[in-house]
Design a protein around this ligand. Structure first.
Ligand code: ZN
Length: 290
């Protein structure tokens, strides 16, 4: 990857960057220290693994780039990046300060191992949906995409997430499900088991963008946490908020259920960054046990 010539404090340097090598900089005719030791500030809150949502902060006015692509930062210099389930392990984060100084950090994500989970005995119509529901499923998908299409200025995503329910973890992100012998999409949520009626709370503040009964996921709630970060809660028994409601962290939004395609009552909690499906366990610490 070749970055453009960047003009800084009246001088010009050219940075040649590859994903695997450290960046070296020629500054006029003299070689300067590697930019990793630059004074450009970069704070990171997160773990560099596949599936991770990572929050960060730079000085006001600085620009952030991930693999050469500009990442939006808010007025406080806060930004969010994500790495999908099978994201390439070699990544590069670059910060350009308001004065043009660069910080380049080469990142190697830790590789995840995902489980294969076999579930048999499902009603065949829930594995391969009957033709007459295909229009409904298509509409469900449109509604979900719309509910996650906003880019609000909320900054709730930068606060500490809490588990939305208490109970044992019964399913994890990334595992692949084989339903009645048919391989399906990987599982993109974390499942918390609990009896029907167990309260579900907002993990951080948010605005409700969907509260609807969907074919696969049953009663489904989506919360906007800002900057294209959304939580989704699936299979709810009840939903006690409506689209447009502003909810506070810890506020009850519904109860655990087994609606839609579920083998038993549990909460399936998902995190999206735009279209990226990320692992909720990379934003919340500990376990959801009491
Ligand atoms: Zn699940």
């Amino acid at each position: 990857m070749l970055f453009k010539t960047i003009r800084t404090v009246g001088l010009v340097f050219v940075a040649l960057v590859s994903a695997s090598s450290l960046m070296s900089v020629s500054f006029a005719s003299q070689t300067v220290q590697p930019v990793q030791e630059s004074s450009v500030s970069l704070a990171i809150n997160g773990t560099f693994t596949q599936g991770a949502l990572v929050r960060g902060q730079v000085d006001k006015g600085a620009e952030v780039f991930l693999n050469g692509e500009r990442v939006a930062a808010n007025k406080d210099g806060k930004f969010v990046i994500g790495f999908e389930r099978e994201a390439p392990l070699e990544q590069q984060l670059m910060v350009k300060s308001a004065s043009g100084e660069l910080l380049v950090r080469d990142i190697t994500l830790s590789k995840r191992e995902y489980d294969i989970q076999r579930i048999d005995g499902l009603e065949p119509k829930m594995v391969t949906p009957p033709k007459e529901v295909s229009a409904r499923i298509k509409q469900d998908n449109i509604n979900v995409a719309n509910a996650r299409s906003g880019n609000s200025e909320l900054d709730a995503l930068f606060t500490k997430f809490e588990w939305p329910a208490t109970g044992p973890i019964t399913g994890v992100y990334g595992s692949q499900r084989v339903l009645n012998g048919v391989p399906k999409w990987p599982h993109y949520g974390v499942d918390v088991g609990g009896p029907t009626g167990t309260p579900v709370y907002a993990p951080v503040d948010g605005v409700v963008t969907l509260a609807e009964d969907l074919y696969y996921s049953g009663n489904t709630l989506i919360l906007d946490h800002g900057m294209t970060v959304f939580s989704t809660f699936l299979h709810l028994d009840s939903m006690t908020v409506e689209v447009g409601d502003k909810v506070k962290q810890g506020e009850q939004i519904g109860t655990i259920g087994a609606t839609g395609r579920a083998t038993g009552p549990h909460l399936d909690w998902r995190i999206n960054l735009g279209k990226m499906r990320l692992d909720p366990q990379t934003v919340v610490s500990g376990t959801p046990n009491k």
